[in-house]
Write a protein that binds this ligand. Structure first.
Ligand SMILES: *[C@@H]1O[C@H](CO)[C@@H](O)[C@H](O)[C@H]1NC(C)=O
Ligand SMILES: *[C@@H]1O[C@H](CO)[C@@H](O)[C@H](O)[C@H]1NC(C)=O
Ligand SMILES: *[C@@H]1O[C@H](CO)[C@@H](O)[C@H](O)[C@H]1NC(C)=O
Ligand SMILES: *[C@@H]1O[C@H](CO)[C@@H](O)[C@H](O)[C@H]1NC(C)=O
Ligand SMILES: *[C@@H]1O[C@H](CO)[C@@H](O)[C@H](O)[C@H]1NC(C)=O
Ligand SMILES: *[C@@H]1O[C@H](CO)[C@@H](O)[C@H](O)[C@H]1NC(C)=O
Ligand SMILES: *[C@@H]1O[C@H](CO)[C@@H](O)[C@H](O)[C@H]1NC(C)=O
Ligand SMILES: *[C@@H]1O[C@H](CO)[C@@H](O)[C@H](O)[C@H]1NC(C)=O
Length: 490
């Protein structure tokens, strides 16, 4: 019986996208967890990923309560303890995850991580493979299903996804596929207005866009992103230079680069919402902030396409948040864990979380559900953006799950700190404007200075002083605040 199921799953996978999967599924137990098997008094401790729009404006208090109340209806015997969602917690630090995913059960049983960390978390020995293979695998977006695999083993249950998009009201912009086409169209927009807005001053976002660009310029090979992450020294950052130039305005301001946008995500969204910018770069959930600030007619006018930063196409590159399990769970805890993640992945709960069912006045969060059936749930079925744009997205690629956290600062530095030209006019003249040479002369041994905000100041005032290193703590603090303030926050 399970052979048939496994074959069916494989067939669905094989026919669903660019990837040929050769995953060894360890499926040898029944498809559905018998509820009776979870004995009374099981406690399950879960840390949910906190970077989603706080659409109820209550620090997610209702969201955790809603999830608990719904879960107790189906699993009354499991005492579900949810960590209060806090964007101050460092979900991107391996040290934090080490202290949370303890094999003796004294931390959390389940942590929802960004799979950009998955390979590193597996290599650190923090999590257990998942088997049997989840029941509703076939309902998952195929890219999310790939994002939770490492070394051909499934290590997580995908929960939500997001990707970088281009938001616009312009019909022509909404048709473009490549960066050059975008430049061609936006080229005629006067530079006293904003042509393109978004944050490029970040050691997460900018290298992330570079990986995106590299994939979209080099086709569909499975090693493309690995090359972007690990062999970037030998490549050209021309696309990043072109992208950042679209942000330049007359007078030399470049808010994408100089920190103005970095420190104020609301400003980006409200410039777009008030129609002062032709196009905006952002994650799907940024739509929440836009719609909060915009006129009602925009609900019909805003168009969304996967970001165009490559020279070939604009296949979306997805980030995935996934539930991972600590090692050494007892059978009871493992069963409880499994029933929780399967509950969270039901179409109804997927739609409820992204659709803000926890709020009395639901404003959708615009994260992407991994459940394809979730798009049929009433709360999403009636939303133009989910139906017109997000449900039709092509399969695309999962963002690489290994090595990016370690490489991102080197990549950022290679993109701009190493390439900075001292400009006459000093700091405010195109603050650290990206001025690339076509080929990099990157020196791999150079120390990376994690404090992004200081990099350019020091490199402008004295190039060599930039090569000092800062403490890991400063680096991590900076990384956290990047994610918090610029990337995923609503
Ligand atoms: C595994 O869990 C049991 C309790 O369930 C505990 O006694 C044991 O120390 C744990 N092993 C490790 C390696 O943490
Ligand atoms: C990035 O922003 C910070 C302010 O947050 C600024 O000090 C720094 O110079 C900016 N980096 C670049 C490359 O302009
Ligand atoms: C961010 O931008 C918004 C809108 O432009 C503005 O109202 C707000 O004061 C800014 N916040 C900060 C901290 O600069
Ligand atoms: C699996 O998906 C189907 C269809 O979306 C749904 O009805 C069912 O409840 C799901 N099962 C589990 C265990 O999540
Ligand atoms: C939180 O949920 C309760 C109960 O459904 C509701 O009364 C309250 O208005 C909600 N709060 C927000 C901010 O939506
Ligand atoms: C997406 O699909 C829906 C229905 O499946 C269709 O109405 C809509 O026009 C499509 N949108 C685009 C941009 O193709
Ligand atoms: C800014 O730098 C450019 C070179 O990129 C230079 O031509 C221009 O004169 C400078 N502006 C000021 C105000 O110094
Ligand atoms: C930069 O630092 C070097 C020493 O590391 C020094 O020789 C040079 O004069 C400094 N340049 C400026 C412009 O301060």
């Amino acid at each position: 019986m399970y052979t048939i199921v496994t074959t069916a799953i494989l067939l669905i996978f094989l026919t669903s996208g660019h990837y040929t999967l050769d995953v060894q599924f360890h499926s040898n137990t029944p498809d559905v967890i018998p509820k009776a098997r979870t004995s009374k008094g099981i406690t399950l401790k879960v840390a949910l990923y906190p970077f989603l729009p706080d659409s109820a404006g209550d620090n997610f208090a209702n969201l955790t309560r809603f999830i608990r109340e719904e879960f107790v209806k189906v699993q009354p015997d499991i005492d579900l303890q949810l960590r209060p969602l806090s964007q101050d917690a460092d979900f991107y630090s391996l040290a934090t995850l080490k202290s949370w995913l303890l094999s003796n059960g004294e931390g959390y049983d389940i942590v929802e991580i960004d799979t950009v960390l998955l390979g590193d978390v597996v290599n650190a020995g923090l999590i257990a493979p998942i088997f049997p293979i989840p029941d509703n695998h076939s309902d998952w977006h195929p890219t999310a299903a790939r994002a939770v695999q490492f070394n051909q083993v499934v290590y997580g249950y995908p929960h939500l996804m997001c990707a970088n998009f281009l938001f616009t009201r312009n019909e022509q912009v909404a048709q473009v596929k490549t960066l050059d086409q975008l430049i061609h169209i936006l080229g005629s927009t006067p530079t006293d207005k904003y042509r393109l807005i978004g944050n490029l001053n970040s050691s997460w976002d900018l290298p992330g866009l570079w990986v995106n660009s590299y994939q979209n310029s080099n086709g569909m090979g499975s090693d493309v992103q690995a090359f972007a992450v690990h062999s970037y020294q030998t490549t050209s950052f021309e696309s990043m230079r072109k992208l950042s130039q679209l942000c330049e305005r007359s007078g030399g301001e470049n808010y994408c680069l100089n920190g103005v946008f970095r420190n104020n995500a609301t400003m980006i969204a409200s410039l777009f919402a008030t129609k002062q910018a032709a196009a905006m770069i952002g994650y799907s959930e940024r739509l929440f902030l836009i719609l909060k600030n915009t006129q009602p007619d925009d609900y019909l006018n805003i168009k969304i396409i996967p970001l165009t930063v490559g020279s070939v196409d604009n296949q979306p590159i997805y980030f995935t948040d996934a539930f991972v399990f600590r090692r050494n769970m007892s059978d009871d805890v493992a069963n409880a864990a499994r029933s929780f993640v399967e509950f969270m992945n039901t179409p109804r709960m997927q739609a409820a979380v992204v659709g803000s069912e926890d709020s009395i006045n639901p404003k959708l969060r615009y994260l992407l559900p991994v459940s394809r059936n979730a798009f049929n749930e009433p709360i999403l079925a009636n939303d133009r953006f989910y139906q017109q744009y997000f449900r039709n997205l092509s399969v695309g690629y999962p963002f690489t799950t290994l090595g990016f956290p370690n490489a991102r600062q080197d990549i950022q530095k290679a993109i701009y700190v190493d390439k900075v030209d001292r400009l006459p006019g000093g700091f405010m003249n195109f603050t650290c404007r990206i001025h690339f040479k076509t080929e990099l002369e990157h020196t791999p041994s150079e120390k990376v200075d994690g404090a992004d905000s200081e990099d350019c100041v020091s490199s402008l005032s004295n190039r060599t002083s930039n090569e000092r290193s800062t403490s890991p703590t400063a680096t991590e603090t900076c990384a956290v605040s990047n994610r918090q303030h610029e990337i995923r926050t609503g």
